[in-house]
Design a protein around this ligand. Sequence first.
Ligand code: ADP
Length: 225
Amino acid sequence: MRRRSGAALNVVMLGPPGAGKGTQAERFAQRHGLPKISTGDILRDAVTAGTDLGRIARATMDAGNLVGDDVMIGIVEERLARKDAKPGFVLDGFPRTVTQARALDDIMLNRGPLVVVDIVVPEDVLVRRLAARRICGSCGSNALVEWTTSCGKCGGVLIQRTDDGEEIVRERLNVYHRQTKPLVDYYSQRPTFRAIDGNQPPDVVTASLDRAICQASTVADGARL
Ligand code: ADP
């Protein structure tokens, strides 16, 4: 997708755990040469590295709860200030609360509108997907046990995320309904908001996402004129 105006393409991916945000954000970001910024990945890296942030985040994540808004806003503000995010970015996992969304609007002042995509998937499908989800112990890529037994990217051994156990998944979905779903109301009246059916094969979702973002970014360009 070539931006007519050369303006930044600032994308936010919304959706419940298991909707496919991470996979789709990765594909979109790669194809369009934008950084994918996943707060879940940033926190998991911090846990692995044993940093102060990792120590704060670990217990919260393992319980299926959200890390504090101030911590998350600080991380994202710092990340979005880096040079590679100037031409745009794909945010995966942030914002997750209305407080985070308001802070993001402040950060984005003078950086152009956000294109917000909500990936919609029925609850029973989410539960099934999360139970079957594995990540590569070496490179962290997502995989589904139904489809594969080793990592398609590096051949590494697949493991279950510590927060993908059944009980924790239920709690993460509760947290999603309480704290993150209100973001759909927060954004849905904006002309650059799009909802996508995520209950389709991954490549089909990728194609509809591309179309939706392309269309919404044209609207965003219009808003800038
Ligand atoms: P999911 O597949 O559930 O969307 P993520 O990989 O995005 O999971 O995030 C994993 C965990 O990291 C969350 O359950 C939460 O504890 C923490 N986390 C990630 N992003 C945020 C955020 N923006 N605010 C608070 N906590 C977050």
